[in-house]
Design a protein around this ligand. Structure first.
Ligand code: SAH
Length: 499
């Protein structure tokens, strides 16, 4: 008798991603993403959120982007059902809050009609957070005791508008319009016609809560003309009311030296980058490219024999610990295959990763350079070093000086993640090259190379030499070959050229 496949209903998490800054995702949202089988997402202000999903998760883009059209809503609804009926955990990731002009209500209704379970994970709505990032509190005891959030999508001059404009104009002290850029002039005029003073302060905030945030302020009388002159584009929202005045003193987010600057940081591995941390602290919008995914390599043919004979096992990263354990499990083995070998952890992350698996490291060093040949002395036998493919473990100095026979075994590699799109190179004001490897990665994914007028900064002489040999122009080399030196150089060369 053939068995029918068991039907396990899946579930859909409608998750709010927040408005821009990836730090505004809730913990519940991050948790759902970390368990996702499929992520169905709109255009997001920050792709970093997608990397919270497992490397095996399917990523389905359904939003609008440049030339691509967004999927029609009924198709998105069906897509959620199609994945969920296969028993998958689906995360529907939306900007801001899913139930604030996000059509999350329609998606939830469709799931409910199809008998599929769903969970709503609210998000930080742009309606409140974007004004906050522009230094505008939507309420304030001195100036406003109410606020309303209104769609600006409807043209107020059209008779079929479903908005009660006189009610809106008089109904709340602060008015926040989402999707209001196209109709900005008619909205402002209509509010004045309905009795709001033409002097009422107004602000338009473009790409709020992202390092690309731009803000234009004025009054209902002139805001539309000012915004046109400044050339603001969606996504942007409009705030109307006396609270806009507070921005003059409360603007806190746009004052950093690299605010509004976009910097590309090519990378070879998904390691937290000190350069990126410092660039963000200076207010820059950074993109690490290309997106990477970790792939565990097939186990070395003699892995188990080698482990059994090894006196020492060196883990060069937390990734190498995880990859080896995955290989062992694929071979039907487990940690006991490490036998009597003594363990070396390079870096706190590798150490923590071993501890989590109840493995005690015999030697822990912060960096490969700290490892000494003497460290291997008390234990005879071979030394196995688990490394990343193509990477240099930087432990040769220590293992070569010791008595043991040593072998570097690649256990994983970081491949370009084709599930995620690559930003166009021309979007960036500058490219920060932190090593020779990153120059090679840059040219691998962007064979056309940087444009002649793009600022390209190198961390030091070796990186500069590699860049030049690959035909990449270097405008400036950091005064000091360190991430701090690199970022300082960028501030000196980008911070003063005017946005
Ligand atoms: N669910 C979302 C809103 C979706 S409607 C939320 O709760 O925020 C999309 C509109 O939101 C855009 O047209 C724009 O008006 C506003 N918006 C979203 N993100 C924004 C951002 N980072 N900066 C400015 N406006 C934003």
């Amino acid at each position: 008798m053939t068995e029918l496949p068991e039907i396990v209903p899946g579930i859909v998490y409608l998750v709010g991603a927040g408005p821009g800054d990836p730090g505004l995702l809730t913990r519940a949202g991050a948790e759902a993403l970390s368990r996702a089988d499929v992520v169905v997402y709109d255009r997001l202000a920050d792709d970093a959120l997608l990397s919270l999903a497992p490397a095996t998760a399917e990523l389905v883009y359904v939003g609008k982007q440049a030339a691509m059209h967004s999927l029609p809503q009924p198709r998105i609804n069906e897509l959620l059902v199609e994945h969920a009926v296969q028993g998958r955990l689906v995360v529907r990731l939306k900007g801001g809050d899913p139930f604030v002009f996000g059509r999350g209500g329609e998606e939830a209704s469709y799931l409910q009609e199809h008998g599929l379970p769903f969970v709503v994970v609210p998000g930080v709505s742009s309606a409140v957070a974007v004004p906050a990032y522009a230094g505008i509190p939507v309420t304030d005891r001195r100036l406003a005791s109410s606020f309303a959030v209104i769609t600006g999508h409807e043209d107020p001059t059209k008779p079929e508008s479903r908005i009660d404009w006189s009610g809106v104009a008089a109904g709340a002290d602060t008015l926040v319009f989402l999707m209001g850029m196209t109709n900005l002039a008619t909205i402002a005029a209509r509010l004045v016609a309905e009795g709001r003073s033409a002097d009422t302060p107004a602000a338009v905030i473009e790409r709020g809560a992202t390092p690309g945030q731009r803000v234009v302020t004025g009054t209902l009388a002139d805001i539309a003309a000012r915004v046109r002159r400044a050339g603001l584009h969606p996504p942007a929202l409009v705030v109307v009311g006396e609270v806009v005045q507070l921005r003059e003193r409360l603007a806190w987010y746009e004052s950093e030296p690299l605010a509004g600057r976009r910097v590309l940081v090519p990378r070879v591995r998904p390691r937290p980058s000190e350069t990126v941390r410092l660039l963000k602290a200076a207010g820059a919008e950074t993109t690490e490219a290309p997106p990477l995914r970790r792939e565990v390599l097939p186990p070395h043919p003699e892995l188990l024999e080698r482990l059994a004979a090894a006196g020492w096992v060196v883990f060069t990263s937390s990734h190498s610990v995880e990859a080896l354990l995955e290989q062992l499990s694929a071979l039907g083995a487990d940690v006991r295959a490490l036998g009597r070998a003594r363990l070396v952890a390079i870096g706190a992350a590798a150490h923590a990763c071993l501890c989590q698996r109840a493995l005690k490291a015999d030697v822990v060093v912060a960096t490969p350079a700290e490892l000494r040949a003497e460290d291997f002395a008390p234990e005879p036998g071979g030394i196995l070093v688990f490394v990343e493919e193509g990477g240099d473990s930087h432990v040769r100095h220590a293992v070569e000086g010791s008595d043991g026979e040593h072998l570097e075994v690649p256990v994983l590699r970081f491949a370009v993640d084709e599930r995620m799109s690559l930003p166009t190179l021309l979007e960036f004001d500058a490219i920060a090259l932190a090593s020779s490897g990153t120059v090679r990665r840059l040219m691998e994914v962007y064979p056309e190379g940087p444009a002649p007028d793009q600022l390209v900064v190198s961390i030091g002489p070796a990186t500069t030499a590699t860049a030049r040999s690959l035909g990449v122009h270097i405008d400036v080399e950091a005064g000091e070959a360190s991430p701090a030196g690199l970022v300082q150089t960028l501030i000196e060369h980008l911070g003063d050229t005017g946005a």
